[in-house]
Design a protein around this ligand. Structure first.
Ligand code: ADP
Ligand code: ZN
Length: 731
């Protein structure tokens, strides 16, 4: 065979370089072809990255192992491969680690298997079958309605798929072949367009023109909550559909976006393809293939949807572009918004960044002309912005009774709201019952064995939980320190505790909770949303899952239990984030005819964040924030990266952190090096963590500096050094 019949195959493993393989004579491969190849004793899926000619070190011809199989799929588009390489270079990750995100469903490359669905059989439940709570839930779920996939049932029941299969083995469930995977019919751009207001029309026309013309552009769509940003960018999606392009909409938390999906279906006649980590594997595989084949025209997804192999992507929308959820914090550390801009640039098409509270990064780009900007200044249909008042919790008359958390004014407002037949919402961004549990006798605090964190009491599940690593334990009967029985007291409020207080205050109120603990999945969320919309709920209590996007016409009062919560800690974006979150929560009030009001309980009413919220003066607040960051050369006015050193042996971690500290480029005047210092979460999941920060001017690219720096320290395999370019988390 010809000597050139070798290919370089990139494997989805943390490898910097593709490996060479021999192409069997009858196999036709092109760059991008998906193949199955041997690696040691394993068989792996990979992507042909290039011809083997003249690249890298040549493996001897006779040592080359052959490609085993070419997969019958359209090759990975060149743009996707270039994007994978670009992200790898930017985040300083191995190309293969990024590729793994692009073929995250390596099973997608396998031929589709028939799917099996489960349904209740006619057989009665045998007496000897122990009905665990999970089994009971599964039987309830399947007691009526169509057969469903094991993964879907398990997700709703909050257990593993093994429990579903076990019930089938016990004869209580039967299986039926299920072929009804979604078919991704084309969304119809003309199905059900809304009549847009003047400002909305101008915005929509501008974006549509950009999409139709093609070519890279980045546009900030800046508008208060309820101004119709979604309606406007739907028109850009329609333009993409009309020009035969695929469109991608990134949402911060797709699993929580039931209302968004319904609106899309309303507007375009069919649902879009969804992409997120909680999808059942068969559906993931199916969706991945539909995108690769160009059948799925509109994808809505979480950050990982960016890496799907779109053959003709022509628009990306990043909704709520300021959201921290777009930053992936483990594995390849990347910011999906920033990578989306890079993807649009590479693919030469427009990107739209939508937000009511844009990030400083994006605002600065809009100000210096790198992005264009469209404003939607007012709420649709003339709804006014809610009235925001600050409740100064330092004042005696505002103090709640001992071990309670709502001030008298807020209580009064809740009561008035319900009397008027309207709905109220209480927001506290803290799950569980109490953030800290301590022994009344000796002061012992219950701490996570794996992390530098207190255990959070969850009364609903009767367990203590670590919110960082997921560790769970039963509440102990006696203090492990002084052995006193029943001596534990809950300190501080979590949402469950606020719910308890409210239930005691308003025994007749119909209360619903919205937290990630109480909502087991999209369906559960949809149910609560429906109940609120139908007026079957008087008071809604929840965490930030409640803050997102929901539109409740009768909701007129929002109470924020602890507005100061996000301001503590060393995060340079703490003020910006707190403003964004509280602004978004506030935006739930008074979205239709009835005016809304918002009450913020705070111990620092003079803080610029609180002042900005009360006076609806976002722009002056951000101008002050920007000034401070400019002076400190903090992002977005300077560049920053973090090195996180971690490992199970504290001494070894310290030694490497110290070595990195010594090898740091400290002689350069344009760079500032901070650390090594213990990370605030000095122990996470049983690993010790140290952190170094490097800061430089905006004009400098930090990656070459970091490559050089890291090359001067040899790191043993037991220690991990993660690079976080543009860090957002300082834990
Ligand atoms: P945003 O995304 O800016 O928060 P939305 O697009 O969600 O705003 O709009 C808020 C509400 O107003 C939604 O229920 C939406 O359907 C409605 N709305 C906005 N613009 C229009 C319009 N032109 N015609 C009818 N309803 C609209
Ligand atoms: Zn933990």
């Amino acid at each position: 065979m010809a000597p050139s019949a070798r290919v370089r195959v990139q494997l989805p493993l943390p490898l910097p370089e593709p490996y060479d393989y021999r192409v069997p004579g009858d196999m036709a491969l092109v760059p991008g072809s998906y193949v199955e190849v041997p690696l040691g004793p394993r068989r792996l899926f990979g992507v042909v990255w290039a011809d083997g000619d003249g690249q890298g070190e040549r493996v001897e011809e006779r040592k080359l192992r052959p490609v085993m199989r070419a997969i019958d799929l359209p090759p990975m588009p060149e743009i996707t491969r270039r994007f994978v390489e670009w992200v790898a270079a930017y985040t300083m990750s191995p190309v293969g680690a990024v590729l793994r995100m692009a073929v995250s469903v390596s099973a997608a490359l396998e031929d589709p298997r028939a799917l099996t669905a489960y349904t209740r059989s006619d057989a009665p439940v045998p007496d000897d079958l122990r009905l665990t709570p999970a089994r009971k839930r599964i039987l309830e779920i399947l007691s009526d309605g169509p057969p469903r996939l094991a993964a879907d049932v398990a997700a709703e029941a909050g257990c593993g798929t093994g429990v579903v299969r076990g019930l089938a083995e016990a004869g209580v469930l039967t299986t039926v072949p299920m072929l009804a995977l979604p078919r991704f019919p084309r969304p119809d751009p003309d199905a059900n367009p809304k009549t847009l207001s003047g400002a909305q029309r101008l915005a929509a026309d501008d974006l549509s023109a950009k999409v139709s013309a093609g070519g890279y552009s980045a546009t900030l769509l800046d508008g208060v909550t309820g101004s119709g940003k979604t309606e406007v960018y739907f028109e850009a999606v329609a333009a993409a559909l009309r020009t035969g392009k695929q469109a991608l909409v990134l949402l911060p938390e797709i699993a929580l976006s039931a209302q968004w999906l319904d609106r899309f279906a309303q507007r375009f006649g069919v649902r879009p393809a969804e992409w997120h980590s909680e999808m059942a594997p068969p559906l993931r595989r199916h969706t991945w293939r539909a995108v690769a084949k160009g059948e799925a025209r509109v994808v809505v997804g979480a950050r990982s949807a960016l890496f799907l192999p779109y053959p003709d992507l022509g628009l990306i929308v990043v909704d709520e572009e300021h959201e921290a959820a777009f930053k992936q914090e483990d594995g390849v550390i990347y910011h999906a918004r920033d990578m989306a801009v890079a993807r649009a640039h590479l693919g030469r098409f427009p990107i739209v960044l939508a937000s009511a509270t844009p990030s400083l990064e994006t605002l600065v780009n809009a100000e210096n002309g790198r992005y264009s900007r469209i404003d939607l200044p007012s709420r649709h249909g003339g709804a006014s912005m809610p009235d925001v008042t600050l409740i100064d919790m330092r004042r005696k008359e505002q103090a709640p009774p001992a071990r309670q958390w709502l001030s008298p004014v807020l209580r009064e407002a809740l009561s008035q709201t319900m009397l008027a037949g309207e709905q109220g919402m209480l927001f506290l961004n803290r799950r569980g019952y109490a953030p800290l549990t301590l022994c009344r006798g000796c002061g012992h605090r219950l701490q996570c064995p794996n992390c530098t964190a207190w255990l959070v009491e969850h009364r609903l599940t009767k367990r203590l939980q670590c919110h960082h690593c997921g560790y769970q334990a039963k509440s102990p009967d006696a203090c492990p320190e002084c052995e006193a029985e029943g001596s534990f007291v809950a300190c501080g409020p979590g949402v469950e505790r606020v719910a308890e207080e409210v239930a005691a205050l308003f025994p007749d109120a119909r209360i619903a909770m919205m937290t990630s603990d109480t909502l087991s999945g999209p369906q559960a969320l949809r149910t609560v949303i429906e109940q609120v919309k139908e007026g079957a709920v008087d008071l809604l209590i929840g965490t930030q899952v409640m803050a997102k996007g929901h539109h409740f016409p009768m909701l007129t009062l929002v109470g924020v239990v602890d507005a100061d919560l996000g301001l503590a800690g060393g995060d340079p974006r703490a003020s910006e984030r707190t403003f964004q979150l509280l602004h978004q929560v506030a935006g739930r009030a008074g979205r239709e005819e009835r005016p809304g009001r918002v009450m913020l309980q705070t111990y620092m009413p003079e803080n610029p964040v609180m002042q900005a919220l009360a006076s609806h003066d976002r722009d002056s607040f951000l101008a002050v924030e920007a000034d401070q960051r400019r002076q400190l050369e903090m992002p977005p006015f300077g560049r920053m990266a973090a090195l996180i050193v971690s490992g199970e042996d504290e001494g070894a971690v310290d030694a490497i952190a110290a070595a990195l500290g010594r090898a740091a480029p400290r002689d350069r005047e344009d760079l500032t090096i901070l650390g090594p210092a213990p990370a605030p979460l000095a122990i996470l999941r049983g690993r010790y963590r140290r952190r170094l920060l490097i800061k430089g001017p905006k004009t400098l690219s930090l990656q070459p500096v970091l490559y050089d720096w890291l090359s001067r320290v040899e790191v043993p395999a037991s220690i991990r050094v993660q690079v976080d370019i543009d860090p957002y988390s300082f834990l």
